[in-house]
Design a protein around this ligand. Structure first.
Ligand code: AMP
Length: 420
């Protein structure tokens, strides 16, 4: 399928060409037609699948098909993003794809002074990208009006729920109740909250599933190194970071203390890195991201929370220096490499206490990950065994037997009493 088969206006095809997109990605092929038919869309698509253009293009087509009432000034398309970074990237895509139209795009996020946002409530904005928290502040102080919103797009709905935005989004949805269409995009539709979120917001949605995050393995090579202890793990990581094919690497650690510790250790090993942690001033954060994106630093050390919303195309390697708690976070982490058809490598360092979560990951992605050894840095210990789960049912059975025996004893006593 080509973009020209999608019934998009020439001004949009021109922008697509300028963006360098040759063919629509799977999610674009699946999501754009029902969105153009006026249907609500429930889409499962991780970052990297081209999902942003998957909702921005039909939104622009909608604006072209239904010109604005001249008297009206309000926002017509509202896109909610979980983080500032994602909002900024989405805003860029919206601007890029609307380059040959007269539509205005704007962005509202936290961390930006209020003055800058004033124009949005006063000017004529067609597409607004916003993070829920800051937008809600404007709605509450009545400086933003949702009445003219025609399309509501919830991007990365699962992340927004994880971040505790559920109630805020429900309120925004209520404020924008005159809208015609709602599109919900989520990396996974399997999470607990996404179901009820979809039921609450969408009407008879068309379900589209692009690339299931579970299938990320197709283009991402995944390897495991067994590590005896933290020092061994550090040596393995340093070895890797000195390999030539590691062009751009994200190293995930579990806490911000570990971010600082590891950055110090890498610096001492002549491996300067950029770093991100959850609570960080916005300017510092942007500086770190810029250093990494521009290639001034080719290593980024981050926690999961800090790395949320960062979308960088050419990450060659993801390192799980500390394993994540759950399998879906693992899939999310490794999805940061192997973007837009490029090859990616994800490497996990497994200490004895990580074997249980490694087991969970392997069950989740339905694949046993290949164990690799670095010459000269071989592990001394064998792979630890996953703790057995059989103990529980046994104790439960025993407990049940004991309870039954106690009950039988009681019954026997009662019947003796009755005989008396
Ligand atoms: P997204 O999943 O929206 O974050 O997009 C991931 C990357 O894919 C972005 O860098 C886009 O510029 C790129 N992209 C989106 N659509 C296409 C396409 N049809 N062909 C090639 N690249 C694309």
């Amino acid at each position: 399928m080509n973009f020209s088969d999608l019934e998009l206006d020439d001004v949009l095809l021109q922008a697509v060409e300028q963006a360098g997109y040759k063919k629509p990605t799977v999610i674009q092929q699946l999501a754009i037609p029902p969105a153009l038919e006026g249907k609500d869309v429930l889409a499962s698509a991780a970052t990297g699948t081209g999902k942003t253009a998957g909702f921005v293009l039909p939104a622009l087509q909608h604006l072209l098909d239904y010109p604005r009432n001249r008297a009206a000034n309000g926002v017509r398309i509202l896109i909610l993003s979980p983080t500032r970074e994602l909002a900024e990237q989405t805003y860029k895509v919206a601007k890029q794809l609307s380059a040959f139209t007269e539509f205005n795009c704007a962005i509202i996020t936290g961390g930006i002074n209020y003055g800058k946002h004033k124009d949005i409530s006063q000017g004529k904005v067609d597409i607004l990208v916003a993070t829920p928290g800051r937008l809600m502040e404007y709605i509450e102080e009545e400086s933003f009006d949702c009445r003219e919103i025609e399309w509501l797009v919830l991007d990365e709905a699962d992340r927004m729920l994880d971040m505790g935005f559920g109630k805020t989004i429900a309120k925004i949805g209520e404020e924008a109740r005159w809208r015609k269409q709602t599109l919900l995009f989520s990396a996974t539709l399997e999470g607990k909250g996404v179901d009820s979120f979809a039921a609450q917001f969408l009407t008879a949605p068309i379900l589209v599933e692009a690339e299931s995050p579970r299938r990320e393995k197709a283009k991402i090579i995944q390897w495991v190194h067994l590590s005896d202890d933290r020092n061994h793990k550090l040596q393995q990581l340093i070895w890797w970071l000195k390999q030539e094919d590691v062009k751009k690497a994200i190293v995930f650690v579990k806490t911000r203390e570990r971010v600082a510790e590891l950055c110090g250790q890498l610096n001492s090993a002549d491996l300067p890195c950029a770093w991100l942690q959850g609570e960080m001033a916005q300017d510092k954060r942007q500086k770190a991201v810029k250093a990494f994106v521009s290639g001034y630093r080719n290593i980024l050390v981050a926690t999961d929370v800090a790395a949320r919303g960062i979308d960088i195309d050419d990450v060659s390697h993801v390192f799980n220096y500390d394993m994540p708690r759950t399998a879906d976070i693992y899939v999310h982490r490794i999805g940061r490499t192997g973007r837009a058809g490029k090859k990616g490598t994800a490497i996990s360092f497994i200490e004895a206490h990580d074997v249980a979560v490694l087991g969970k990951v392997e069950r989740y992605i339905k694949e046993k990950l290949v164990r690799r050894v670095i010459e000269g840095l071989e592990p001394k210990n064998k792979e630890a065994r996953i703790p057995s789960k059989k103990a529980k049912p046994k104790t439960r059975k025993l407990l049940h037997k004991k309870q039954q025996a106690a009950k039988a004893k009681k019954r026997a006593k009662k019947s003796i009493k009755n005989l008396d």
